[in-house]
Design a protein around this ligand. Structure first.
Ligand SMILES: *Cc1c(COP(=O)(O)O)cnc(C)c1O
Length: 369
């Protein structure tokens, strides 16, 4: 008999019976959406939990990214990373903006700040970096460039729920940050997302844009979209928030277990260090380097043959998809680090109720090839 397959992630769900009272409240009030009481409560709870001032909930992170760009009236060209989920660049195309790809740093796999300036043109209006795997970008260097060239910075923080640095939430950096609450992320509302913004005025504009541009009953001030999170999804978020610390603690243990067992395996480069206090352990990425006996794809297949389903996040690069590859910045010669990394990376299974014994099994499979 085949053993049960192990996937890269398994959505976290709180106990079903604890969700019933939320449903009863929705049935009782008949408030299903349009920024109702649960939506309001989740915004307040998330501000407190994350340690941020203003948050606007969304139906998903992709619509939130599209709206974030609109709220700052970004046009022309935006500098971004090819090493991400495709929604990062798609949000630019949905705004008629030209993505300009810049290579990543080989250590952090985030946008390489030393390569940004060379990509700036008179049309550049913003930088859209990604805190890849929840690892913090070089925010100081990026902000310095943005200040020098008068550019906005919008962080795709889809992986970075709850990640902090010495001074607090990393979501305070840049002009706006966008979170994803998709089923596969550390904190989920089935589908969902949010924009974190620094001031009440910006939040008002974002709230208008996510509600068709409506201001009151008879006034429409902008061609907004429908990006509102429903009361059902907000309820899921409120309940899940009660479990998030223990979910992240469980992830941390698994991360540490992988690190311990993969330490010293020739040709395997770990990107997490296991013990990091301020991380969320959203992913467990490794790079399969030349010294390893198998190629990345051979190891990927070997693991699959054993019922383990890792993912090649991020392969292919965004810049290799048909709607991007014609751009001059999408050329592989412009993106050598991203190109190599994309062919080496493997994200191993990590999620709250994954057994330590499974981590041991996966690590020993990798160590004994
Ligand atoms: C998941 C993800 C998104 C999209 O989030 P949705 O909520 O599914 O729209 C965007 N960017 C990155 C980096 C992601 O991982």
């Amino acid at each position: 008999m085949q053993p049960k397959p192990t996937f890269v992630t398994r959505p976290f769900l709180p106990p079903l019976e604890e969700f019933i009272p939320y449903l009863e409240k929705i049935w009782e009030t008949r408030i299903l959406t349009n920024c109702g009481p649960l939506h309001q409560q989740l915004e307040e709870s998330l501000c407190r939990y994350l340690g941020v001032e203003h948050i606007a909930l969304f139906t998903n992170a992709t619509i939130a990214l599209v709206t974030a760009l609109q709220s700052l009236r970004i046009t022309g060209e935006v500098i971004t990373t090819p090493y991400s989920f495709v929604a990062t660049s798609h949000s630019l195309l949905w705004n008629g903006i030209k993505p300009v790809f810049v290579d990543i740093c080989p250590h952090t796999l985030n946008l390489d700040p030393t390569k940004i300036e060379a990509a700036i043109t008179p049309q550049t209006t913003a930088i859209m970096p990604v805190h890849c795997y929840g690892h913090v970008c070089d925010v100081a260097a990026i902000q310095k460039i943005a200040d020098n060239y008068n550019l906005k910075v919008i962080y795709d923080a889809a992986h970075a729920f709850g990640v902090r640095d010495e001074q607090g939430s990393i979501l305070r950096h840049g002009d706006l940050s966008v979170l994803s609450f998709h089923a596969t992320k550390v904190f989920n509302t089935f589908e969902g997302g949010a924009i974190i913004c620094p001031d009440a005025k910006t939040k008002i504009r974002i709230d208008q844009l996510k509600n068709f541009g409506h201001v009151g009953e008879v006034t429409v001030v902008a061609p907004g979209i429908n990006g509102k999170m429903s009361e059902f999804n907000a309820a899921l978020g409120l309940l899940q928030l009660q479990y998030i610390d223990s979910a992240i603690a469980q992830r941390k243990e698994l991360d540490a277990a992988y690190c311990e067992r993969l330490q010293g395996v020739k040709g395997i480069r770990r990107l997490n260090d296991g013990g990091e206090k301020v991380a969320n352990h959203a992913y467990f990425p490794i790079l399969i380097e030349a010294a390893y006996p198998l190629t990345r794809d051979a190891l990927y297949q070997t693991l699959k043959d054993h019922g383990i389903h890792p993912r090649r996040y991020f392969y292919p690069l965004i810049s290799d998809f048909p709607m991007y590859r014609g751009l001059p910045s999408a050329h592989r010669d412009n993106l050598p680090v991203a190109t190599v990394t994309s062919n080496q990376v493997l994200c191993l299974p990590i999620y709250p109720d994954l057994e330590i014994s499974k981590v041991e099994e996966i690590a020993s499979l990798i160590a004994t090839q």
